[in-house]
Structure formats: C-alpha cells, structure tokens
Design a protein around this ligand. Structure first.
Ligand code: AVI
Length: 320
C-alpha cells in the first residue's frame, strides 16, 4: 500500500472527516467514553502541542534534545554514515537537524500524513543541509510505505522521536514497529524515543501544567468536535485531568464532567453524570525492560540506550 495518488482523508459531501465522526460517535457511546488521541491534532491542537513542548513542566522534549545534542559522536559511531534517514512523523525543527548533522546521512525521507507540515519541514531541512537529498512522502506510516526509488539501495535508519510510540496501546505499537520494519527492510536500524517511568507527581505535572496549556490542548478536542461534527458540547462543564495509572505505567488524559449534562454530536444525544469522563489520551512510560520487550515484540533488537543527564528520557537504537 503506497497511498500514492490516494486521498488520505475520506470526507462526505459536507467535508466531514468520516473516520473522525465514526471514532467520536462510537467512542462516546462506550461505558468509559474514549476518543483516540490522534484527533487532538487539528491545526490548533498541533500548535498547542508545540506550546506544550516549551512549558517548564513538560520535560520530554528538552531531555531528548539534550541527548541528541550531547551524544552526537556516539550516534555517528553506532549508526555510521551513508544511511537514508526515514523519519516517522513530520520533522521537528530542532531534533532532526541534530541527528542529521551528527551521522552524515545519504538522504532524508520525512513521512507524514499532513502534506502541508511535511512540505514545510522538508523545505526547512533542505535549507539547512544544502547537499542532502530530501524526499518527502505523504503517507500514513501506520501502514507499510513504499519508499522513493532513489533510496531503495541505501541502508535505512528509522527515526521516531518524541515518545510518540507511548501514545499507543501495546498491541498497536507492536503492529507499528513491525510495519516500520517492513517499510525500512532488512539491515535497517531504528532510533526511537521512549519516555521513562518516574515520580508520579513529576509525570502528572508534565501533563497538567500550571499555565493550563495542556488543559487547553485537551479541551480543544471538544471544540473541534463542536465545529466539525455539528456538536453542542458545553466546554465550560468539562475539566482537564491527568491521571497516573500505575498498572499500565501510563498517564491518561481525561475530560471530566463537572455536573450532569447532555449534548448532541451529528444529531446523536449523549448524557453524562457528574465525575464521568471522556478518556482522550494515553501516554505510556517505560523502563529498560519494558522498552526492550516492546521493541523485541515488534521485531527489533535493541543495541544501545542513551539517557539524558537526569535519567528522564531514553533514546534507543535497535537493529532490524
Ligand atoms: C506527542 N506525545 C508524545 C505527547 C505525550 O507526551 O504523550 C502528547 C502530549 N499530550 C499531552 N502533553 C503532551
């Protein structure tokens, strides 16, 4: 499945994203209401996430950037030159150049479902690395992607920073790791960011910051539903909550109803009691063993693990 020439988003005649509507309507009908976290990222949500990466309590971005900054020569050593770097998700303006400037890549292939983001980040990268061939591919990386012919013969390095893998439940992340392996092929390597289990108060603060940016990010989902799916959800009756669930080693984001309420979405009525919530995101945290087990289950053999100076975040290199 190359997705080439296919519309990546299915819409009805009114422009409604059909997968979004299906996920919201089925998720709100469940006993524990839940909406998949991918829907947090409309334009406003993507901007709010960028803002989150700058807030003092949200350490993952700074910790991962520190590793990429400080350990460049070790990456060069373990990865070697001449690889096509395939980034899963649109390249962040900071992390990708750090990696590219330490390992002497032969090409850079950013994969993203959002074409605009993709082209913008590809252009930024090209400007910074004039000699580096850049081949952006608009694709859903949850499925196997046919890489450009130009990089077919090059050894690959997959790059999946940010602990985005942590936003998936185990069965989905194992599927994704296996799909990445198919996309990248034999002899490839993967450099993947995974956030670490730590003190629950530190984790909760990272997902419920004092300035309320994460709360806005979470509530923006309801705003999006109201706008795109003809909803009348009363935002002011919902409170953002970040819960640490120790059994699953994850932070869960919820939107909790402050009282009894009812609303409609696309003509469907839903009711909620006080204290009932909509579960909007999981962010799994890992230790050495759980991260290695996940990689192994996904078909990857861990070869090296780097931590930041405060042991908050890990970057792991694995072989296909
Ligand atoms: C994108 N992802 C890795 C972030 C995380 O930390 O799970 C999303 C996020 N949600 C709330 N804050 C940040």
């Amino acid at each position: 499945n190359t997705n080439k020439g296919m519309a990546l988003v299915d819409r009805d005649d009114d422009g409604v994203d059909l997968a979004f509507r299906a996920d919201v309507l089925s998720g709100l009908a469940q006993d524990q209401k839940a909406i998949p976290a991918r829907w947090l990222y409309d334009d406003a949500g993507s901007q709010l996430f960028e803002d989150i990466t700058q807030i003092p309590e949200y350490y993952p971005t700074r910790a991962e950037t520190e590793i990429l900054t400080e350990r460049g020569s070790e990456f060069a050593d373990k990865i070697g030159p001449g690889r096509a770097v395939v980034e899963f998700g649109s390249g962040s303006s900071v992390k990708t150049p750090l990696l590219l400037s330490s390992i002497e890549p032969a090409a850079y292939v950013p994969l993203d479902i959002a074409g605009d983001f993709l082209r913008a980040s590809a252009e930024q990268l090209s400007a910074k690395f004039p000699g580096l061939p850049v081949y952006p591919v608009e694709a859903d990386f949850m499925r196997r992607v046919e890489l450009p012919q130009e990089v077919a013969e090059m050894p690959k390095l997959g790059f999946f920073p940010g602990s985005t893998i942590g936003n998936m439940v185990a069965r989905t992340s194992v599927d994704l790791l296996r799909t990445m392996r198919e996309t990248l092929g034999e002899g490839s390597k993967l450099l993947i960011g995974m956030d670490l289990i730590k003190d629950a108060d530190v984790l909760r603060a990272a997902y419920d910051d004092a300035a309320g940016v994460t709360a806005e990010f979470n509530l923006n989902l309801l705003r999006r539903i109201n706008r795109e799916l003809d909803g009348d959800i009363p935002l002011e009756k919902f409170a953002h909550e970040a819960r640490w669930v120790d059994d699953y080693a994850r932070i869960e984001m919820h939107l909790v109803a402050s009282g009894e309420l009812s609303f409609t979405v696309s003509g469907n009525t839903f009711e909620m009691n006080e204290g009932e919530s909509i579960h909007t995101e999981n962010s799994h945290k890992f230790d050495r063993r759980t991260s290695y087990t996940l990689l192994l289950a996904g078909g990857w053999t861990p070869v090296q693990r780097w931590l930041d100076s405060e042991d908050r975040f890990s970057l792991i290199l694995a072989d296909a």
